[in-house]
Design a protein around this ligand. Structure first.
Ligand SMILES: *Cc1c(COP(=O)(O)O)cnc(C)c1O
Length: 400
C-alpha cells in the first residue's frame, strides 16, 4: 500500500483514518478524480455548469461605502452570496455530482448542519435525477426548518440523527456509516475540505474557482494583487477556495476568521485553530477542539455553518507554517457586521460571512489608503433572518 505513503498529507495533517472497508471506495474516488482532473472535457463541463447553472463568475464588488466607513484601504467583496442556492457550497456540489455520474453512482448522500450543504446537494441531485439522502441532526432539523423543507421540495429524503448531541458531527458519523454499507451504489458528497483523503483535495480543487476569478478580477480592476484576503473558517472550504491561488504570492496576506462564539476564553466557541490541538477526527489528522481525555469538546457558534469542532487539514498546515493567519470574532461582533453591511451597502450577508467582515474592525486601522482588502462574502443572509430578527431588529426596537 505504498500509494498511501505521504499521499494525502498537508505537512503532517490529513491522511486517511478510516475503517479498512472504506479503503476501496476512497481508492475508486481518488482514481476517478485523478483521471478527470486533467481531462479537458470534464473541466469544460464543470466550468459550463458553474456558468450556466450556478451563475458564475460571481462579481468582485468595490464596496465604496464600506471603504468610506473605515477611511483606509479599498475594500472589495467577492460575491459568493450571488450563487444559485445562496453560497459557495454549490461549486463543490456541482463538481462532485459530475464525479458521481462519471463513477456511475445511482445514489447521493451528504451530511448537513445548517442545511446549506444539504440544499446544495439536493439541488444538484435533483437536476442529475439521482436518489438523494441527507443526514441531519435532529436538533438542527428543529433549528433550520426552512432548509429542511427546501431539501424535501427538491426531492431529497432528510434523515434525522438522534445520536450524540444530534448536530453536525453526529450527522457526519451517520453519513459515513451509510457510505460504508452502500459504497457500491452511493457517492458521499462531503460539504467542506474535511474528512479522509482525497476529500480535502477534491473539495479544495472545486472551490478554488473563487480565488482564480478573484485574481483575474482584481488584476483587471486594480492592475495588482490584493494586500489582504479575509475569509471565515468553519471546515474551511470557502477560505481555501479564495486563498489557494494566492498561496505562492508572499505579498498577499491571508487571514482566516473563526467563530469565537460567546468569547474565545468561554469554552463556548468554535475556534479550532485558535484554541484546539492536534487529533484524529472524521477520518483526518488535524486540529480539533478536545478535552484533556481526547474527547471532542462541543463547539458553539450562533452561526451553524461555523459550529464544527474540526478544521480542514490544509488549514492546520497553513496555520503551522504561518502562511495564513487565523483570528476569531464573537457572535456579537459578527451580528454588528451584519447590521453595518446591510445598512450601508444594501447587502445582507450570511452570519458565517459576517465573521470575516467583522474582522475588518481589527485589520483596517493597520492598512494604508493605497492598499486593497478583499473579503470573501461566502453566502447571503436569507437563511439567517430568524436570528437577525431576534438579535438585531428586536434589539434595536428595545433600545428605542
Ligand atoms: C457552510 C458555510 C460556511 C462554512 O463552511 P466552510 O467550509 O468553512 O466554507 C461559510 N459560509 C457560508 C455561507 C456557509 O454556508
Amino acid at each position: 500500500m505504498t500509494r498511501f505513503n505521504k499521499i494525502g498529507y498537508f505537512g503532517e495533517y490529513g491522511g486517511q483514518f478510516i475503517p479498512e472497508i472504506l479503503r476501496p471506495a476512497l481508492i475508486e474516488l481518488e482514481d476517478a478524480y485523478n483521471k478527470l482532473k486533467d481531462d479537458p472535457q470534464f473541466q469544460q463541463k464543470f466550468k459550463e455548469e458553474l456558468h450556466d447553472y450556478a451563475g458564475r463568475p460571481t462579481a468582485l464588488y468595490f464596496a465604496e461605502n464600506l471603504t468610506k466607513h473605515f477611511q483606509k484601504a479599498k475594500i472589495y467583496l467577492k460575491r459568493e452570496d450571488l450563487n444559485h442556492t445562496g453560497a459557495h457550497k454549490i461549486n463543490n456540489a456541482i463538481g462532485q455530482i459530475l464525479l458521481a455520474q462519471y463513477m456511475n453512482k445511482k445514489r447521493i448522500i451528504a451530511e448537513t448542519g445548517a442545511g446549506q450543504h444539504g440544499v446544495a446537494t439536493a439541488t444538484v441531485a435533483a437536476r442529475a435525477g439521482l436518489e438523494c439522502c441527507i443526514y441531519m441532526g435532529a436538533e438542527d432539523i428543529e433549528r433550520q426548518h426552512p432548509n429542511v423543507q427546501r431539501m424535501r421540495l427538491l426531492g431529497a429524503e432528510v434523515k434525522p440523527v438522534h445520536s450524540g448531541t444530534a448536530t453536525l458531527k453526529d450527522a457526519t458519523n451517520e453519513a459515513m456509516r451509510d457510505w460504508l454499507a452502500n459504497v457500491k451504489t452511493t457517492h458521499y458528497i462531503i460539504g467542506s475540505v474535511v474528512g479522509p483523503h482525497p476529500f480535502p483535495m477534491i473539495v479544495r480543487d472545486f472551490q478554488k474557482i473563487i480565488g482564480e476569478e478573484t485574481r483575474a478580477q482584481i488584476q483587471k480592476k486594480e492592475n495588482h494583487l490584493p494586500d489582504y484576503i479575509l475569509a471565515c473558517v468553519g471546515g474551511g472550504s470557502n477560505a481555501i477556495g479564495i486563498f489557494h491561488p494566492f498561496l505562492e504570492d508572499a505579498e498577499v496576506k491571508l487571514i482566516g476568521v473563526e467563530a469565537a462564539g460567546l468569547g474565545i476564553d468561554s469554552h463556548q466557541h468554535a475556534a479550532t485553530l485558535g484554541r484546539g490541538s492536534c487529533g484524529i477526527f472524521h477520518g483526518m489528522k488535524t486540529y480539533i477542539l478536545q478535552n484533556a481525555d481526547g474527547q471532542i469538546q462541543l463547539p458553539y457558534s450562533l452561526s451553524a455553518g461555523l459550529d464544527y469542532p474540526g478544521v480542514g487539514p490544509e488549514h492546520s498546515y497553513l496555520f503551522n507554517s504561518k502562511r495564513v493567519e487565523y483570528n476569531s470574532v464573537t457572535d456579537q461582533e459578527a451580528l454588528n457586521a451584519v447590521a453595518l453591511l446591510s445598512r450601508i451597502e444594501g447587502i445582507i450577508p450570511a452570519l458565517e460571512s459576517a465573521h470575516a467582515l467583522a474582522y475588518l474592525n481589527y485589520l483596517m486601522p493597520k492598512t494604508q489608503k493605497e492598499e486593497i482588502v478583499i473579503v470573501n462574502l461566502s453566502g447571503r443572509g436569507d437563511k439567517d433572518m430568524d436570528i437577525y430578527i431576534t438579535h438585531i431588529c428586536e434589539a434595536e426596537k428595545n433600545k428605542q
